[in-house]
Design a protein around this ligand. Structure first.
Ligand code: 13P
Length: 236
């Protein structure tokens, strides 16, 4: 299974280094063989360890150049970063990235062979319009995206479930994931208020291949426990 931590705009470089070291140590000590990703803030990027793949939360679709405030491939290459999150709810709704700009980013990093975790998800007002309207909204987020890309992972994160403590029902997640698997056979993660106490419920659902965790992953100890829960499921 895939267990990913999105650290967002949290932790310092020193704390991030300690975090990754702690997770690496735990995964080794407990023989955890899950696919584990950590996405630190861009100022805290560093090389992957043997068990923890470090990815970037964002990058501009350019090697380098005049793109004030952005980072490009040159800055990622320094740390051997080959994994990127694209289309996260906060990039779409807070920063205001358009589908067109996400497509440009996707294509650029796809051509470089990056592993792409592409995020989709609906805001609350759309969910309240019913399943059909919601799936139409999410379908638009697939427009222009190569859903057959071999290094693609998709993350379904309902906007209203992010950082809110709210989650869809397990039946709802299964229903959405079933529909999304038809759009792309790529591994499909669930994200939105995942924590130590509910991760196992999500990971046992059909068509859930892993999770993308925000706030509950900020403490290395909690993130490690979540990785352990995933490992325990596979042993059964
Ligand atoms: P929370 O786990 O804090 O809800 O955030 C989810 C998320 O946005 C992961 O990308």
């Amino acid at each position: 299974m895939i267990i990913a931590a999105n650290l967002k705009t949290n932790l310092t470089r020193e704390k991030t280094a300690k975090y990754i070291k702690e997770v690496e140590h735990f995964l080794n000590q407990h023989n955890i063989s899950q696919e584990v990703f950590v996405f630190p803030a861009v100022s805290n990027l560093m090389s992957s360890t043997s068990k923890v793949v470090v990815g970037t939360q964002n990058a501009y679709p350019a090697v380098n150049g005049a793109f004030t405030g952005e980072i490009g491939y040159e800055q990622l290459e320094e740390f051997g970063i080959k994994t990127i999150l694209i289309g996260h709810s906060e990039r779409r709704h807070v920063i205001g990235e358009t589908q067109e700009s996400l497509i440009a980013k996707f294509d650029f990093y796809k051509n470089l062979g990056f592993k792409i975790i592409y995020c989709v998800g609906e805001p609350l007002n759309v969910r309240e319009m019913g399943h059909k309207a919601m799936m139409e909204y999410i379908s638009k987020q697939y427009e222009g995206i190569d859903t057959a890309y071999e290094n693609l992972i998709i993350a379904y994160e309902p906007v209203w479930a992010i950082g809110s403590g709210l989650t869809p029902t397990l039946e709802d997640i299964e229903m959405v994931h079933k529909d999304l698997k038809i759009k792309s056979a790529a591994p499909l993660l669930y994200g939105g208020s995942v924590k130590v106490s509910n991760i196992t419920e999500f990971l046992t659902l059909d068509n859930v291949d892993g999770v993308l965790v925000g706030s509950a992953a900020l403490y290395a100890e909690h993130f490690c426990t979540m990785c352990e829960h995933a490992q325990n499921l596979e042993k059964k």
